[in-house]
Ligand binder design. Structure first.
Ligand code: UDP
Ligand code: LCN
Length: 820
């Protein structure tokens, strides 16, 4: 809708153009601004602004005229406006990552450009005037230490950190020369279990290395290409080469050629390729602290959802890729991967009370569980992720000791998952001087409106003061940040990204974060997860189908009884099925989908609805939100008389059977629907598409990126049930008319997955990051250290104090958390 409006030219700021825009509709604008300030101090979102404009300009054509102009553009790109009469300050976001702040006087419509810091102070006046005016209020400015760090400049390049760094590494330094010395020093620093790799001191300068590479390459050119490294190892060692170049003549030659190219005239592609081949990573530690982290019977428990699936699949993918790389590097070491989580003595029938557990489907990877200790000994019960903060410091110490003991070596790479895992990972990485990557899955801040500004309201239940502080610490400490999508970093045209919302924010009374993170920092990288393709494969691969589940799935979907596992039934078996599966949270919007279905006669005539979510007896739930959703489901089934057209199945924990369920739905020529109000990534979307099931997914969040609307699936608007219901109905109508249409969408979904959303692609990308950012942190050692000092101070003086306000659980059972 905005394409037809006059966009700003880059060179023009809003502060420059807004006065003229206001002048053009001065009469109406005076009245609008009078309305804005009339109700006193408050925070307004764009829909509030628009509503008030509607009231002032009752005449539709007149309003359209005003909104079509520059003013409309400015208002449409406004994220929020802070009103402190007689001023209204606007936070405007013309493009992902780009913000501008202006203050307009309602009296004379004068406009003044202000800084982010001034905007935050102005906004604080609404809620805490003393704090806003306190000259010495605490300000955190993480960007202040980034003075020598290069940054991207284009919105469209955000999330391509590795490729930016490869370019930067090949650019000339101030003296007009490119220097290979840092690269040589890096290679000299490599070793595995005390053994040197790649080169030794004989080749400690670029010219020596260049010369030796020519000699070595020449000697290889006469050899058979699959001759093994051992056959020429001794000769190479005399020249100064150590192991790591490759397993065969062919591979060694390729690696050497790549480096020779770089040394002759550096280019980013060869640079990246070379780093992908350097043996840097053997031992990896992944932290995923909260929840019940296990391999069986944990999904559906509080706090335990896609993150567990992601981490376990990630381990399998890493191990496979590491084994391949180590072999191709001509080395015979074994990779070690540890997933470190908390040990929960009261494990409720799961294996979460076991210290060491091999990861299924791997040879060298384990789950290591370390308990939370307090003065009173080991903490026995599960702790909600919102209350976990007081335990993390002690856990880090205990876990670090245990990891070093189990691995018998320092890890080469540490990856954190979610706020708690990221904080622990960053503390450990700092202590041991190891490369750190962080993964958020979902940053909590954007899930709740004004969660920063109104943090005090949320504090008793959520402890956001701890969470946002921990998140800011970890993202600044990280050498690289892995995200699943672009929108996670920088959002979309209309909605700021999860990381972007940490650019500048304020927790009034606590801390004004003048610069939290910069989304143009080259540490950001998109590496999307996949689904385990040995489990989630297309329904058309008949010989692989898990026929042993056939009878139980038949029962699950089509039997006519109500029992503990399912209620409702499907009268007309011939209809295709629309299917959804999620935790029964408000944000997952399963009740929304049920209602759209209920309201839409046409859709009900075309298809049946099958839902896998939560359970039916609300007296068994401890979670307020879940109880409300369970009641709502029953109410909707009653209200829309859905019996005979809906099957509601309780939460499922067996992914093999689930995969067969997706495929059975595909056999009915049905579809998957993911209707969430917001979804960070959405693993179910990927799973369904892998099974060849056409997918309709929310346009709010990650799925909007996974699916190309109308090509590899469809976007639906979770806030517009009529439109979404009709879009689904249209699809099935069209499938009736054109039998090939269903196959076409199904195939395009699979194609999309195989091009961009597989664990193989993921593992390859992330391991390359591990190699290149290790070099990068060595190059920027001084700045890194300065920042680390700043972070440590912040951690000590701020985070440690905040944590003291979070109650640690008593022995009685706790209430379950909201959401997740
Ligand atoms: N899942 C499951 N049983 C259920 C509901 C979900 O096994 O009853 C699985 C689902 O297959 C997926 C994960 O849990 O692998 C949910 O991940 P997603 O990213 O969709 O959402 P999250 O729960 O992480 O917010
Ligand atoms: C958490 C979420 O909320 C989902 O959107 C993701 O798919 C999942 O983690 C895995 O990253």
């Amino acid at each position: 809708k905005m394409d037809s409006t006059p966009a700003l030219r880059r060179s023009e700021s809003i502060a420059d153009t807004m006065p003229e825009a206001l002048r053009q509709s001065r009469y109406h604008m005076k009245r609008c601004f009078a309305m804005f300030v009339e109700k006193g101090r408050r925070l307004m979102k764009v829909n509030h602004l628009m509503d008030e404009m509607d009231t002032v300009m009752a005449d539709k054509t007149e309003r359209a005229q005003v909104l079509e102009g520059l003013l409309g553009y400015i208002l449409c790109t406004t994220q929020e406006a802070a009103v402190v009469p007689p001023y209204v300050a606007f936070a405007v976001r013309p493009n992902p990552g780009f913000w501008e702040f202006v203050k307009v006087s309602a009296n004379d419509l004068s406009v003044e450009g202000i800084t982010a810091n001034e905007y935050l102070k102005f906004k604080e006046m609404i809620i805490d005037e003393n704090w806003a005016n306190d000259q010495n209020a605490l300000e955190a400015d993480f960007g202040a230490l980034d003075f020598s760090m290069p940054h991207l400049t284009l919105s469209s390049s955000i999330g391509n950190g590795v490729s930016f760094i490869s370019k930067f590494l090949t650019s000339k330094t101030n003296d007009g020369q490119w220097s290979a010395q840092p690269l040589i020093d890096y290679l000299l620093s490599l070793n595995h279990q005390g053994e040197k790799l790649m080169i030794n001191e004989t080749l400690n300068t670029p010219s020596k290395l260049q010369g030796a590479l020519i000699v070595a390459e020449a000697s290889l050119s006469t050899q058979p290409k699959d001759l093994l490294y051992q056959n020429f190892e001794l000769r190479f060692k005399e020249w100064g080469f150590e192991k790591g170049w490759g397993d065969t003549v062919e591979r060694v030659k390729e690696t050497m050629r790549t480096l020779s190219e770089v040394l002759q005239a550096p280019d980013p592609l060869n640079m990246e390729k070379f780093f992908g081949r350097v043996p840097t990573i053997f031992n990896v530690v992944l932290f995923s602290v909260h929840g019940y982290f296990g391999q069986e019977d944990v999904l559906g428990l509080p706090d335990t959802g896609g993150q567990v699936v992601y981490v376990l699949d990630q381990v399998r993918a890493f191990e496979e890729e590491l084994l391949l790389r180590i072999k191709q590097q001509g080395l015979n070491g074994k990779p070690q991967i540890l997933v470190v989580t908390r040990l929960i003595p009261d494990s409720k029938g799961t294996k979460c009370n076991q210290e060491l557990e091999p990861v299924i489907g791997t040879k060298h990877s384990h789950i290591l569980r370390v308990p939370f200790r307090t003065e009173n000994g080991v903490l026995r019960q599960w702790v909600s992720r919102f209350d976990i903060y007081p335990h993390l410091e002690r856990f880090t110490q205990d876990a670090t000791d245990k990891i070093l003991e189990v691995m018998e070596a320092k890890p080469d790479l540490i990856l954190g998952n979610y706020t708690d895992g990221n904080l622990v990972a960053s503390l450990m990485a700092t202590k041991l001087g190891i490369t750190l990557g962080t993964i958020a899955h979902a940053l909590e801040k954007t899930k709740y409106e004004d969660s920063d500004f109104k943090w005090k309201e949320f504090e008793p239940k959520y402890h956001f003061s701890c969470q946002f502080t921990a998140d800011t610490i970890a993202m600044n400490q990280a050498d690289f940040i892995i995200t699943s999508t672009y929108q996670e970093i920088a959002g979309s045209k209309d909605r700021p990204g999860q990381y972007e919302s940490h650019t500048a924010f304020t927790l009034p009374g606590l801390c004004r974060v003048v610069s939290g993170i910069n989304v143009f920092d080259p540490k950001f990288n998109i590496a999307s997860p996949g689904a385990d393709q040995s489990v989630y494969f297309p329904h058309t691969e008949l010989q692989k189908r898990l026929t042993s589940f056939r009878a139980s799935i038949e029962e699950l979907l089509f039997s006519k009884v109500d029992n503990a596992e399912h209620i409702g039934y499907l009268e007309d078996r011939k209809k295709p099925i629309i299917f959804s599966m999620a935790r029964l949270d408000v944000v997952k919007n399963i009740t929304g989908l049920t209602e759209w279905f209920g309201m839409n006669k046409r859709l009900r005539n075309l298809v049946n609805l099958v839902i896998v979510a939560g359970f039916f007896d609300h007296s068994k739930s401890k979670d307020r939100e879940e109880i409300a959703e369970i009641k709502k489901m029953h109410m909707l089934i009653e209200k829309y008389q859905l019996k005979g057209q809906i099957r509601w199945i309780a939460a499922q924990t067996d992914r093999h059977r689930n995969s067969e369920l997706y495929r059975t739905i595909a056999d009915t020529k049905g579809a998957f629907v993911q209707p969430a109000l917001y979804e960070a990534f959405g693993l179910t979307v990927i799973e369904a598409m892998n099974c060849g099931l056409p997918t309709f997914a929310t346009n709010q969040g990650g799925p909007a990126e996974i699916i190309v609307d109308g090509v590899s699936g469809f976007h639906i608007d979770p806030n517009n049930g009529d439109e979404s219901g009709n879009k689904i109905a249209d699809f099935f109508q069209k499938c009736r008319e054109d039998a090939e249409y269903w196959n076409k969408i199904s195939a395009a979904g699979l194609k999309r997955i195989n091009e961009s959303y597989t664990w193989k692609i993921y593992a390859n990308k992330v391991l390359n990051m591990g190699c290149i950012y290790r070099f990068w942190r060595q190059l920027n050692k001084d700045q890194k250290q300065a920042k680390q000092r700043y972070i440590q101070l912040f951690y000590n003086l701020q985070f440690r104090n905040l944590v003291k306000n979070v109650p640690t659980p008593s022995e009685e059972a706790q209430e379950g958390p909201k959401d997740k």
